[in-house]
Write a protein that binds this ligand. Structure first.
Ligand code: SAH
Length: 354
């Protein structure tokens, strides 16, 4: 078993994909020593590609109105306690103005699946954003839409799209989502986004109810094959008004382990140290960077709505101004020897070794 673990580690450290069984074995038999070794390899390869730069994305939470009823999510349609809001295009442009002043060169528009944001409205908004800030990237994270919709938004100027696959195991997917949603459609959306030329992000929660080493192994295999430009992983954190209120949160330890594995599997990937990771540990985001992440996403939403965009309980940074949020993260990154940069922060396609 020892030898097996060593072989698998060597494969990963030389950026070779493992089989599903290999990934599951690695997860089940991980030790603090193994995690440290992988983190070291991950940091090293990240440094070759991105140096000590940490990219920032200004996150604008445009709406907590959602037609879906994902079992884990605090803004699910059936949550009657959720105080709903949506931002108008003008509100969003004001957030971007503030963000640009603060040095953000990527804006991430994230929200529930809210029919208010038609293709026409979004195309117009994206056009205005790109016209005003041609040196900025626009990332969308607005859930599942049709091929035609993604196409129109791409043509309007959107650069990137984040759509976590949530889990690469169909049965697990079905246990986390209502019958109206399908694993196949989620995956189809990711393929469509890629074929349209977006920089595409997938990802999953660590420690979601029903997750096992086997389902995680499928996630890792999927990531190794799909080679996403971005990959969002953060711990599952329970929300009091959901079915999973009493479920335990994911851990920092497993999240950081997986961040290192994903960096090693696909070295150029843009990998955020997420707000959820910062929520379950006071230095969660620093630990994420030290495990191989290279992106942080400070909140640019108007302060009045931050509490309301509650995907999970105890979300951090809801009481701060955007400038405070950015300064706080800059200081945190500096404290561990990294530097936040004012840059679009596109994915670097190649590394010398690949
Ligand atoms: N409607 C968009 C945006 C979803 S919110 C979409 O479907 O992509 C962004 C991510 O937050 C989700 O993909 C999910 O992985 C994560 N999330 C939702 N609820 C969460 C919870 N309780 N704990 C941790 N992460 C959660």
């Amino acid at each position: 078993m020892r030898e097996n673990l060593q072989d698998l580690t060597e494969l990963l450290l030389s950026h070779q994909p493992l089989t599903e069984e290999g990934f599951a074995f690695l997860i089940e038999n991980r030790t603090p020593e193994l995690s440290a070794r992988l983190a070291q390899g991950a940091v090293q390869v990240r440094r070759q590609i991105y140096g000590t730069a940490v990219y920032v994305r200004g996150l604008i939470e445009i709406s907590n109105i959602c037609k879906n009823d994902c079992l884990y999510c605090g803004i699910r349609a059936s949550n009657k306690n959720c105080d709903r809001y949506r931002l108008s295009p003008e509100d969003i442009l004001l957030c971007a103005d503030e963000g640009y002043r603060l040095g953000f060169r990527t804006f991430v528009l994230q929200g529930g699946e809210d029919a208010y944001y038609t293709d026409a409205l979004l195309a117009d908004l994206i056009g205005r954003l790109k016209e005003k800030y041609p040196d900025c990237a626009v990332t969308l994270s607005l859930g599942e839409r049709s091929y035609e919709s993604y196409k129109r938004l791409k043509e309007a100027g959107a650069d990137r799209y984040l759509l976590r696959h949530e889990t690469a195991d169909k049965a697990h997917y079905e246990s986390l989502h209502p019958a109206s949603m399908s694993f196949e459609n989620r995956m189809e959306c990711l393929r469509n986004l890629r074929s349209l030329g977006y920089q595409v992000g997938c990802g999953f929660m660590v420690g979601s109810p029903g997750q096992t080493a086997q389902t995680l192994a499928k996630d890792l295999k999927f990531i190794a094959d799909f080679k996403p430009d971005m990959c969002g992983i953060g711990p599952f954190v329970p929300h009091a008004d959901t079915v999973f209120a009493k479920e335990p949160a994911g851990t920092v330890e497993l999240t950081c382990f997986l961040l290192s594995v994903i960096r090693l599997l696909h070295p150029p990937v843009l990998l955020p140290a997420t707000t959820a990771l910062g929520t379950i540990h006071p230095e969660g985001r620093e630990l994420g960077i030290l495990a191989g992440a290279n992106v942080v996403m400070p909140n640019l939403s108007p302060e009045s709505v931050r509490e309301k965009y509650a995907l999970y309980d105890n979300k951090i940074c809801t009481g701060e101004e955007s400038a405070q949020c950015k300064d706080c993260l800059s200081a945190r990154m500096r404290s561990i020897g990294y530097e936040i940069v004012t840059d679009r922060g596109d994915v670097k396609k190649r590394m010398d070794k690949e």
